[in-house]
Write a protein that binds this ligand. Structure first.
Ligand SMILES: [Zn+2]
Length: 247
């Protein structure tokens, strides 16, 4: 028996303040835009935090880093408008580059204490066969920062912020997971998800975008098999207590 089977799955629809922390500009939307659009409709405030500068994924190699960042942000704001994202924030770590895990965890801890979310979304760092280190590092740093957030002796680099933090994280939802414990009916927000993903044209040419949409289409239909709805999105949703010393 694992602790997950004792603790109930936290209710994502009771969340009011959600921080979605992603390695690259498009991960939150590819992994969970259908669910996030539903949560916005249910009254949640949603902020996105993007960890890397994502410059390695640009289709147009002639763009300067500044022009590339502008193009990525332009796409991200368009997608954010569609889903209803309140605020976009960035940490600017080098995409697929070298950076310190502890520096990343500290920055994420600071963002969590600033935003004070009751729910956190990120990519599943334990996804089997995940080879992209940004996804493994970011997912793990977010999971660890979630369980350390209440221990304010672990500093975020801002003592006043640390002293003022009052906790309150009810749950964490991992998208891009192969071990989901929750499938969300995203039939009503599927078109929004497609439109949001379609916004990321700095990172996809027409052929690779068509491939991505086709994959998302097939997966959403597969996840709905056996259910009364048409399209699904899969998440692993855990109480923070399930992230340490499992029994
Ligand atoms: Zn990514």
């Amino acid at each position: 028996m694992t602790i997950e089977t004792i603790l109930p799955i936290p209710d994502i629809f009771s969340a009011r303040r959600i921080l979605c922390i992603q390695p690259h500009y498009d991960d939150n939307d590819i992994g969970a835009a259908g669910t996030l659009a539903l949560l916005v409709q249910a009254g949640a405030e949603i902020d996105y935090l993007t960890v890397t500068d994502d410059l390695m994924g640009l289709v147009d190699h002639s763009l300067s880093p500044e022009a590339g960042a502008d193009a990525l942000k332009h796409d991200q704001f368009m997608a954010g408008e569609i889903i209803g994202v309140r605020k976009q924030c960035w940490l600017g770590y080098p995409d697929a580059g070298e950076y310190s895990y502890h520096s990343l965890r500290k920055d994420i801890l600071r963002s969590i204490r600033q935003f004070s979310p009751d729910f956190i979304f990120t990519c599943d760092p334990w996804l089997t066969y995940e080879a992209h280190r940004d996804h493994i590092q970011v997912g793990l740093a977010v999971a660890e920062a979630t369980i350390l957030a209440n221990i304010t002796k672990i500093t975020s680099g801002d003592p006043a912020l640390d002293a003022a933090y009052r906790g309150g994280i009810q749950g964490i939802a991992f998208y891009m997971t192969r071990e989901p414990n929750l499938t969300i009916d995203i039939t009503s927000t599927w078109e929004k998800k497609v439109a949001a993903v379609h916004s990321y044209m700095a990172q996809f040419d027409n052929a690779s975008m068509a491939e991505m949409i086709h994959a998302l289409d097939a997966k959403s239909l597969q996840l709905a098999v056996g259910h009364s709805y048409w399209r699904g999105e899969a998440l692993k949703v855990l109480h923070p207590s399930a992230l340490h010393c499992g029994i």
